[in-house]
Design a protein around this ligand. Structure first.
Ligand code: SAJ
Length: 406
């Protein structure tokens, strides 16, 4: 039996995937409301194919509880927040989950850490907890790091198809856990050591952050010299060895906007390159705000409350607002004590900001200018509703004459 600890964005799909592929799974989360929702047969977030996977997992006998189980494999998939001042990882949830596992796990069990951690976290914080509980790692208990790689918006597909990394102290333990993940994973699974696995995860996300920063900086110089950044990137990417990502209103989510700090924290020699990239990405919401004012002026719009931001989530077709560029823009606006802009997002049903709408038509009716912050499918399907408005599209999704871009 596998006990998956932490039933959030990564833990839940992982538990469901295992259970729907013949593995006996119990999912544990300290959040009573979340467990009650799952036990009532409902998923806790929206993701393509998740409800179907949930139904399969229920057929496979998955169970959800607040209690840790006595079993031989634990997969820990809890959040790893970071301290926004020091930019260092806060491993408290991982440590506390591992402590709770120690209280129940039998000798011979394997503890798999899936949460993203900064390089060295497992040696520094996880091993000591296990040893303090009287276990000798490698003899009484095995430790593995299997960082996830799935992309919100396409999680179910990627869980099945992505290649994976398993870091373990010995090849034998690594191979055993590889076999477990092979129950559903069709990609290649590489077995390596734990420090290498920790490193690969944050390197992958840092590479993406630096690439997006390059695209964002290109957008700024192209604006300055009146050139089309999208056309330039498109042509460059026709080169067989070039793959520049897309500029946007900023970088959100809990991965690309955070993980590079985990890497740089331990390796300051990387700071020049990485910090500059993070600074560029973090500056994009303010860049967009300045463009909004420029475009308002050009079109004789004087009242900011007639300007609406389309999209509150950190990216398209997800319901996740963590580190969202739109929220950052609104915070910046509030810091300047300026009136809030109107907002709307089809994925966000609760009121999370002032002046938030829950209906696209009502939102469009009350604004003269629309700023597309997120390229949800909904806006692509309703593009004609934008005609007659001043449109500032930060995602190159709107194809109407006169549309303003970054
Ligand atoms: N973004 C751009 N331009 C782009 C691509 C993305 O501005 O060309 C923005 C997005 O709009 C969003 C942010 O970057 O605000 C991050 O989005 P994302 O789609 O790049 O990545 P995440 O954070 O949703 O997922 C990433 C993925 N990592 C990589 O692709 C290397 C995913 O595979 C990881 O599993 C995930 O982080 C994670 O959990 O670490």
């Amino acid at each position: 039996m596998v006990n998956v600890i932490g039933l959030g964005y990564i833990g839940l799909p992982t538990a469901l995937m295992l259970a729907s592929h013949g593995v006996e799974v119990v999912g544990t989360d300290y959040n009573k409301e979340l467990v009650a929702t799952l036990n009532a047969g409902k998923t806790t977030f929206k993701e393509d194919g998740l409800d179907e996977l949930f139904a399969d997992a229920l057929k496979g006998g998955i169970k959800f509880t607040n209690d840790y189980q006595v079993t031989d494999v634990y997969i820990v998939s809890v959040p790893t927040p970071y301290d926004s001042f020091s930019k260092k990882i806060d491993a408290k949830y991982v440590v506390s989950a591992v402590k709770s596992v120690m209280a129940v796990c039998p000798k011979g069990a394997t503890v798999v850490i899936e949460s993203t951690v900064s390089p060295g976290t497992i040696d520094k914080f996880v091993r000591p907890v296990i040893e303090e509980n009287g276990f000798v790692i490698g003899r009484d208990l095995n430790l593995v790091h299997a960082p996830e790689r799935i992309i919100p918006g396409n999680m179910v597909y990627e869980l099945l198809h992505n290649n994976r990394t398993i870091g373990a102290d010995s090849k034998e333990v690594g191979e055993k856990i590889k076999e477990l993940y092979s129950s559903f994973c069709l990609g290649e699974i590489v077995v390596t050591d734990i420090r290498t696995a920790e490193m690969t995860k944050v390197v992958e996300n840092t590479f993406r952050a630096v690439n997006i920063a390059f695209a964002n900086e290109l957008a700024k110089i192209c604006r300055q010299d009146d050139m089309d950044v999208y056309e330039i990137i498109k042509i460059c990417n026709m080169h067989p060895r070039v793959n520049i990502l897309q500029p946007g209103p900023g970088v959100g989510g809990h991965c690309i906007s955070v993980d590079p700090w985990f890497l740089v924290g331990d390796y300051p020699s990387l700071a020049l390159l990485t910090n500059q990239s993070m600074h560029i990405n973090d500056g994009m919401p303010d860049f967009v705000l300045n463009r909004i004012h420029e475009i308002m002026k050009e079109n004789g719009i004087t009242d900011i409350s007639r300007v609406g931001l389309y999209g509150l989530t950190y990216k398209e077709n997800v319901d996740d607002c963590r580190e969202s560029p739109t929220l950052q823009l609104l915070e910046s606006q509030a810091r300047h004590l300026a009136a809030p802009l109107k907002t709307y997002d089809p994925f966000i049903t609760d009121d999370i900001v002032p002046n938030q709408y829950h209906d696209l038509d009502a939102f469009l009716n009350d604004v003269d200018m629309v700023v597309v912050m997120v390229n949800h499918n909904e806006i692509k399907e309703n593009m004609q509703k934008l005609s007659g408005k001043v449109v500032f599209d930060t995602r190159k999704v709107v194809d109407l004459p006169g549309t303003y871009r970054l």
